[in-house]
Write a protein that binds this ligand. Structure first.
Ligand code: SAM
Length: 222
């Protein structure tokens, strides 16, 4: 079937009004109850892999960045997003840190010539963007200008295949998909693993409930 979704569909929903209740809705209700992945699993990923020279792609509200253990002056954070509301909300929340903000479409090579980042988070962005995981893999290429060979990439995404779904998760997925908030009918952990493995020597993909948590490092030559 022809994919009629656009890149902007997955970012349009993030109005200032939605951002005001995003943390509660996503991290108190949807993640633990519907997707069956407790919030601490996402935070664990940040605690483990976020470096003091970090880029966040698809920032939302900066919920996990705001909980990082770094003190002001200890960390450089690059915020990248298609949606200006998300950039403004997150920059305001994290004003205590040294921030750089960039509006960009993460499906296209990011025009960036600054100092490279040591860690790059792709939290919750892959399920927003259109196409199958082979097409979404463009994000792993788009972030190349931000990366040094040693950069560590990590993130999470909602899956729709090869997972155990409850009636509730099936219903909510269908609703959010209909509303074009999430895109990824065919997304599975094996497809995600394949896309990451085309680009990185070391790849881990771990499923909890309906969520894939991943990290990858040592970029392979193009
Ligand atoms: C589900 S939110 C995730 C927010 C946050 N990282 C988290 O884990 O809660 C998805 C974010 O990706 C952004 N986004 C969606 N499509 C994008 C694209 N093509 N390029 C850049 N950002 C995009 C949205 O604006 C939003 O900030």
């Amino acid at each position: 079937m022809k994919n009629t979704r656009t890149t902007h569909d997955g970012a349009r929903i993030y109005s200032r009004c939605l951002l005001a209740c995003y943390d509660l809705l996503i991290y108190r209700v949807l993640a633990p109850v519907v997707w069956r992945c407790d919030t601490h699993h996402f935070l664990d990923l940040y605690t483990k892999y976020m470096s003091s020279n970090h880029a966040d792609i698809g920032v939302g509200t900066g919920y996990f960045l705001n909980q990082c253990a770094y003190q002001p002056g200890e960390v450089r954070i690059g915020l990248f997003d298609l949606q200006p509301n998300c950039l403004a909300y997150t920059a305001n929340r994290l004003v205590r840190f040294q921030l750089e903000t960039y509006q960009c479409n993460a499906l296209e090579p990011i025009a960036f010539s600054g100092e490279k980042f040591d860690s790059i988070a792709l939290g919750g962005i892959l399920h927003c963007i259109p196409g199958d995981l082979a097409e979404k893999g463009a994000v792993f290429d788009a972030i190349q200008p931000l990366m040094s060979p040693a950069s560590h990439v990590f993130g999470y995404t909602i899956l729709n295949r090869e997972i155990h779904k409850t009636q509730l998760s099936r219903f909510v997925y269908a609703l959010l998909h209909y509303l074009k908030v999430i895109n990824g009918d065919s997304d599975s952990a094996s497809h995600l693993y394949a896309e990451l493995s085309k680009r990185f020597k070391h790849v881990n993909v771990h499923i909890i409930g309906c969520i894939a948590l991943f990290n990858a490092y040592e970029r392979l030559p193009n």
